[in-house]
Design a protein. Structure first.
Length: 216
């Protein structure tokens, strides 16, 4: 019987073959609707984002994963505030299901999920905070297998959202059924950072709406 390897060892090709996923174009409706800007940013918010952007310009090339996470990503996530009564943000947590009579599991860098102390129903992942130089492995594949695992765990028909980060570049990924789509890169050292923040805000709004529907 096949033993499933951890998320960190999967590639895109393996995920597509095992779970019969098909990549869609950048015009995929679930991706387009997610990435649209929903609110105008205030001058105060733009000023804070500009500070983060300049720090990333100055230091990102040499930061390791932990430095990138603490000095940039965590600050950006804190601005969005992915914590509410019905869901929380979690760092370095395991997601686990039984798939084909074997445990399919892995540790994820960041997940927003329902659950007070542990992630129970995952909605959004950030994965693979790699430094810009000498990045390796397959961050897209690692993110995708985590998203598929969440989809199998949730069993509710809703899209799963995620993003993987390589230095200054952010790629957003949506999974709906057996279809997924990946955005073009957003460069956080440029004015793309305003769009990044807007997408994260919209993600929180989508989670709020989904939780409200589930609790009604």
């Amino acid at each position: 019987m096949k033993k499933w390897k951890p998320f960190s060892k999967w590639t895109v090709t393996e995920v597509e073959h095992e779970f019969q996923l098909q990549e869609q174009t950048k015009n995929y409706s679930f991706l387009v609707n997610w990435l649209r800007q929903i609110n105008e940013l205030s001058p105060q918010t733009k000023a804070i984002l500009d500070v983060l952007k300049e720090e990333l310009v100055e230091y990102s090339y040499g930061w390791n994963e932990e430095e990138l996470r603490i000095k940039f990503i965590a600050k950006l996530l804190d601005m969005v505030k992915f914590d509410a009564l019905a869901y929380k943000s979690f760092f370095e947590r395991e997601i686990l299901i039984t798939y084909k009579n074997q445990p399919l599991a892995g540790q994820v860098d960041f997940v927003v999920a329902r659950g007070k102390y542990v992630p129970e129903i995952p909605y959004f992942f950030l994965h693979e905070h790699k430094r810009e130089a000498n990045s390796s492995d397959d961050p897209r594949g690692q993110l995708l297998v985590a998203m598929v695992t969440a989809q199998l765990l949730n069993q509710d028909g809703y899209p799963i959202y995620g993003a993987y980060i390589i230095g200054r570049a952010w790629y957003f990924v949506v999974l709906q059924g057996q279809e997924y789509a990946v955005s073009l890169a957003y460069d956080a050292t440029k004015d793309d950072i305003y769009q990044l923040y807007g997408i994260l805000q919209h993600t929180r709004q989508l989670i709020d709406e989904r939780v409200s529907q589930a609790l009604s």
